[in-house]
Write a protein that binds this ligand. Structure first.
Ligand code: B1M
Length: 209
């Protein structure tokens, strides 16, 4: 088994002590941090997601896999976000109300931070009011929202509506993403942009400025 497969298998099996060690080994062997993230950590999580879909594993296994992924991401974080430069722009980031998925959002945050943006991460289960209040107080250039469930995707739309009602919408660009979101859906709800993954989120955020 090569280094990346070892990381993916470790995540899939929820080995939160072994995964950081496997990440360090891969980095020491010269594998790039981004490749470790995508082809190692994320690959493991996607694999367990497929098993979950087929009822071959259950929520506790998903939680253990998510914990192992996060343990590996902590090793990568300083390597992905290292930048001494003045921030390009401020981004408020969060996962919408009723949605507890944060791994993809955290990846987007890390990648944007690495690309020189200042990130204000509101976490998960963020209400429309909390997003609006933060936009009002922090005056970011971009509001970046994740939704991972088809049942929570409409909360992207209700947040945009509240921004309109409170007069905040015109001063900000809204970027949305997450597994159930498509470019068409983003356009339909009045977002300014959509990105299918964390790498594309950087290009899209820069393009929106
Ligand atoms: Co959940 N879950 N989960 N889960 N979970 C999914 C999302 C699901 C697809 C699994 C499945 O059925 N195959 C399914 C959703 C189905 C749907 O709605 N269409 C699902 C379900 C049903 C649920 C529950 C309802 C299960 C239950 O209780 N019966 C429940 C809901 C809880 C809640 O939120 N209220 C639930 C719970 C959980 C856990 C808590 C156990 C755990 C989350 C832990 C955590 O995040 N801290 C969990 C996990 C781990 C998953 C899977 C396995 C992995 C999600 C993930 O982190 N993916 C997932 C199956 C899967 O994705 N294959 C699943 C890796 C991550 C890097 O990808 O988040 O898509 P992703 O992010 C990508 C892109 O989407 C994009 O970039 C990222 C990186 O490339 N992106 C953006 C994301 N945000 C972006 C923002 C942007 C731009 C791009 O701009 C702002």
């Amino acid at each position: 088994m090569n280094e990346l497969q070892a990381i993916a298998t470790g995540v899939e099996r929820g080995k939160n002590l072994e995964v950081p060690e496997a990440v360090k080994t891969a980095l020491n062997n010269g594998i790039a941090p981004y490749d470790v993230l995508i082809d190692g950590l994320q690959a493991g999580l996607l694999a367990i997601g497929e098993r979950f879909k087929k009822n071959q594993c259950f929520i506790p296994e998903l939680l253990l896999a998510a914990r192992a992924m996060k343990a590996g991401m902590e090793i990568l974080r300083p390597l992905l976000v290292e930048t001494g430069a003045k921030p390009i722009a401020k981004v408020v980031l969060g996962t919408v109300k009723d949605d507890l998925h944060d791994i993809g959002k955290n990846m987007v945050g890390m990648m944007l931070e690495g690309a020189g943006f200042q990130i204000i991460d509101l976490g998960v289960n963020v209400s429309e009011e909390k997003f609006a209040e933060t936009v009002k107080n922090e005056k970011p250039s971009i509001l970046a929202m994740s939704a991972l469930l088809s049942t929570t995707a409409p909360n992207l739309s209700t947040t945009i509506e509240i921004l309109k009602q409170t007069g905040l919408r015109d001063n900000i660009k809204v970027l949305v993403g997450g597994a159930p979101i498509t470019a068409d859906y983003a356009m339909e709800i009045g977002a300014d942009g959509y990105a299918p993954d964390a790498a594309y989120a950087i290009d899209k955020t820069k393009a929106l400025l």
